[in-house]
Design a binder for this molecule. Structure first.
Ligand code: UDP
Length: 475
């Protein structure tokens, strides 16, 4: 059985971007792509990561790979495989790079041996497809061990780290010590923020490239109010009947999709269309602090006024590289059961099915568009795409001042929480927005414009073109 899996990404019409980013930015993208294609001279670009669905990396690759294809640049996306032990090790690395001990397990010689072995097996398969001279973009710690075998076969390898924290300590150091030998073979390193770059990474080979959103993806495309209602009643998180045919959206490949599946919902009652809803959409990862949002809402938002809370994540069994999801979700359910009845009736725990990734994205889109306030109360966050997604939809966002969230929420475009553990402060910020819809709308409009200026995919592609163009020139 093959370890590798190729993700089939349909072309995304790049000309659509012009309507969002304007003529000059669009023209720059076209011109850069033409020049880059010339430099590439028949070589291919490979993206390698560890999951096709769920999480920010998969989300971005769906869009960016589609646009690059449409720009006539040969690009592939391959997902590596591994066993449970491999993913337990890589989750440990992920947690520690975020400054958290995670399962507190070891990262010693035995773990390095297993990590190397699994990636060596993946490399054998990958090297049947990758040619000498190709450009390979490896994503995150799960793939770092591919750098050496790919580089030895003549590929130009860049490692892109989507995670990090603004400090370093014993915990982060342990993870980086584990990864460092594997990364020596990379020619370039990409981080989302300069604060995330470990001191031993050579500065001249490092690029800072923030992530981006795609305005036309099923996750972010415009949905009218009827459709938002239709999708939310279909999945079972909003009271009432789905208006006829109001469950449609445009898929990534341009065809019309319909939301037909239900979500798995833990709730005693559902909000109606007029009820303000506070939403956090995240993987069931401890660092996203769904549990803290639940407590903050119960103790500081619900007692002081109206509103519901929805905690929304992917169906826990479906995210292959995240072994902790089920446990974190179970803890939230236990906590929900203990809530006072009046508050419990105003909180929903929602698992969205991942069987159809576009349908899942349309569900998230409707959930975010229906939100009166979007929360992202993470303890650590590489970037926090959910923040940009909420801002793009003109929603006011209340989020922890951690990691890349600090680059997104600036000058009145949302509310930053300087102490992510301060539940009273979180509750007060949410309450303020719920109680002043005009101010919330103003904030939402400023948020949308800021994302348009700084975090739409064309900028992301231009930065990659610059990096890869330089590496090709060096060869
Ligand atoms: N997401 C999703 N379906 C879900 C839950 C989350 O598509 O059921 C998406 C979410 O909309 C966002 C991504 O997963 O695009 C999470 O990215 P983020 O950078 O916020 O966090 P990460 O998961 O990468 O730590």
């Amino acid at each position: 059985m093959s370890l590798l899996f190729t993700v089939q990404v349909p072309n995304r019409p790049v000309e659509h971007l012009e309507t969002v980013v304007g003529g000059p930015r669009y023209a720059r993208l076209r011109a850069t792509a033409a020049e880059f294609r010339r430099r590439l001279g028949g070589r291919r670009i490979w993206n390698v990561n560890s999951t096709a669905v769920g999480g920010g990396v998969a989300e971005m690759l769906q869009a960016l790979v589609g646009y690059v294809r449409d720009l006539d640049i040969p690009i592939e996306w391959t997902v590596i495989g591994g066993d449970a032990e491999f993913f337990a090790i890589t989750k440990r690395l992920h947690n520690r790079i975020h400054g958290s001990t995670g399962d507190a397990g070891p990262l010693g010689a035995a773990e390095a041996g297993h990590y190397t072995e699994v990636l060596a097996a993946n490399a054998v398969e990958l090297l049947r497809q990758v040619s000498s001279g190709d450009l390979v973009l490896l994503h995150d710690p799960q793939t770092a061990g591919l750098a050496a075998p790919l580089a030895a076969a003549g590929a130009t390898v860049v490692w892109r780290c989507h995670i990090g924290v603004d400090w370093d300590d014993e915990i982060t150091h342990g993870a980086w010590q584990f990864l460092r030998p594997y990364l020596a073979a990379a020619r370039g390193y990409v981080f989302s923020r300069s604060r995330y770059v470990p001191s031993w990474v050579p500065e001249r080979s490092t690029s800072i490239i923030p992530p981006s959103i795609d305005p036309f993806s099923p996750k972010n495309q415009e949905l009218d109010r009827q459709t938002v209602r239709g999708i939310l009643t279909t999945i079972g998180v909003l009271d009432g009947h789905a208006p006829d045919r109001a469950n449609r959206f445009v898929r990534g490949d341009g065809t019309v999709g319909e939301v037909v599946r239900g979500a798995s919902v833990v709730a005693e009652s559902l909000p109606g269309p007029a009820d303000p809803v506070v939403v956090q959409v995240s993987r069931w990862d401890r660092l996203k602090d769904m549990s803290g949002v639940l407590r903050g809402f119960a103790d500081h938002v619900a007692p002081a006024g109206d509103g519901y809370l929805m905690l929304v994540g992917p169906a826990v069994a479906d995210v292959s590289d995240d072994p902790e999801g089920a446990a974190v979700y179970a803890e939230c359910v236990a906590q929900w059961r203990e809530l006072p009845p009046g508050v419990r009736a105003r909180t929903l725990l929602v698992n969205l099915p991942l069987n159809d990734i576009d349908e899942n994205a349309a569900m998230v889109n409707a959930v975010q568009r229906n939100a009166a306030v979007i929360a992202q109360k993470s303890m650590a966050e590489g970037f926090g795409l959910t923040v940009a997604e909420g801002m793009w939809k003109g929603r006011p966002v209340v989020a922890s001042a951690v990691g890349g969230i600090q680059d997104q929420i600036v000058d009145g475009t949302g509310i930053l929480l300087h102490d992510s553990r301060d539940l009273g402060g979180f509750g007060a910020a949410v309450r303020r927005l719920l109680d002043d819809p005009d101010a919330a709308n103003r904030m939402g409009r400023a948020a949308h414009e800021h994302v348009r200026q700084s975090f739409v995919g064309d900028l992301h592609l231009l930065r990659y073109a610059e990096l890869f163009g330089d590496l090709l020139a060096e060869r």
